[in-house]
Ligand binder design. Structure first.
Ligand SMILES: *Cc1c(COP(=O)(O)O)cnc(C)c1O
Length: 402
């Protein structure tokens, strides 16, 4: 069995089946289900002629191994027929920086949605600015109105749907159709939904990247990034990966592939539990708003419903106005929700956040302190009880201070 496309059946396999079958070359793996973890730099050539011609399935460890090839084949099959290649990077942020260095040059202009991952902004405002690339940030809800922001030298647009703190939902097909009339590339940070729930390349995105650190790895034990590109963008991505020397360690490549095999069951559970927690939180008197695009009441719901086939377990809540010490009392009272960055693993997490300090195109004024929750694979009843403990501490601190 090889990839999901060439098994001779007429009906294409479903994404769930593709996740299990793609990238498996049982014969090359000497019968084993999984590829070996190839730790390797040097590849030996049998003859001088082969050496001169760089002839051989693999040339050098940095350029690919049986382990990386298995992961790339699996991700390509998952992304669908628009995907011309998948690059791998040592972190999600490295996938973003490699992508931007690939498509931009000095004198170019870049548009980035205002809800983008903060280190993406830092890369644009820091290194890209130093190299003569100008970045403008735009309202994530701008839609086709982005046409007004294009300059003659605009080369690319970066979108994130939804933003991983504030959860606004950009209209990617509308932005992409405007961008493509001007030969501007569209880059999507698709970490929240993964290619399983958001087929970004089918929706006009040219380059879709993943912090595979999150749901693809799925166990909070790797740093990893992937870059999926269509036929138009893949040559420059592939060349830049070679020029920069971007690669990842074989153990992390293997763990990313292992995570991919169970992505559909994990993500389905994150979706179910996340939505149940979001609905419950919406009924809590301490919560004035839940920012989750799969909730019918969310302003991004129509776009989510049209463009996504599922939701992950990451969303935010806005608490009623309260002093920081009440919020801190909540954070200190919860036990199952760990306080820490990242998400996409099996465990629940909570962090306070505030976008107000860095957003530039839009004002962030949610009306109260904000918390981002990652709903892990614990029982929702236990998670509700944990948050009830947190709310009790929040309320006790509030009544003391009033
Ligand atoms: C975590 C994250 C990244 C960066 O991934 P790392 O592997 O931590 O470098 C990029 N984009 C989003 C939306 C993320 O949440």
């Amino acid at each position: 069995m090889n990839s999901s496309q060439d098994d001779g059946r007429s009906k294409p396999l479903s994404p769930e089946t593709t996740l299990v079958t793609a990238g498996r070359d049982t014969k090359a793996q000497k019968g084993f289900v999984n590829p070996p973890v190839v730790h390797g730099s040097t590849v030996l050539y049998p003859t001088a002629d082969d050496l001169h011609a760089h002839r051989g399935e693999f040339q050098y460890g940095r350029r690919g191994t049986p382990t990386t090839r298995a992961l790339q084949a699996a991700l390509m099959a998952l992304e669908g027929p628009q995907c011309a290649g998948v690059g791998i990077a040592p972190s999600g942020l490295a996938a973003i920086s490699t992508t931007l260095l690939a498509v931009l040059k000095s004198g170019d202009h870049l548009l980035v949605c205002d809800n983008a991952y903060r280190p993406t902004r830092n890369f644009c405002n820091g290194l890209l600015a130093r190299y003569g690339v100008e970045t403008s940030f735009f309202d994530p809800l701008i839609g086709a109105g982005i046409a007004q922001l294009f300059k003659p030298n605009t080369r690319a647009v970066v979108v994130e749907a939804p933003g991983s703190q504030s959860f606004e939902m950009p209209d990617i097909p509308a932005i992409a159709s405007v961008a493509h009339t001007r030969d501007v590339l569209v880059i999507d940070d698709n970490t929240w939904a993964t290619p399983l729930y958001h087929r970004s390349l089918e929706q006009g995105v040219d380059i879709s990247m993943q912090a595979a650190t999150k749901y693809i790895g799925g166990h909070s034990d790797i740093m990893f990034g992937t870059i999926s590109a269509n036929a138009k963008a893949w040559p420059i991505i592939a060349e830049t990966i070679q020029l920069l020397g971007v690669c990842a360690g074989p153990d992390d490549v293997f763990l990313a592939l292992r995570g991919l095999r169970t992505l559909s069951v994990r993500l389905a559970q994150h979706h179910r539990s996340g939505l149940e927690m979001a609905r419950w939180l919406a009924t809590r008197p301490e919560v004035i708003r839940v920012l989750h695009p799969a909730l019918e009441s969310d302003p991004g719901h129509a776009i989510w419903k049209r463009d996504f086939s599922g939701a992950s377990g990451l969303f935010s809540i806005v608490l009623k106005p309260a002093p920081q010490k009440a919020v801190d009392a909540l954070l200190d009272a919860v036990k199952l929700f760990g306080m820490g960055y990242s998400w996409g693993g099996f465990e629940s997490l909570v962090i306070p956040f505030d976008c107000d300090g860095y957003r530039t195109a839009t004002k962030w004024a949610p009306g109260g302190p904000t918390l981002r929750l990652h709903i892990g694979l614990e029982s929702v009843e236990d998670l509700k009880a944990d948050l009830e403990r947190g709310f009790a501490a929040f309320n006790a601190t509030l009544s003391l201070s009033s």
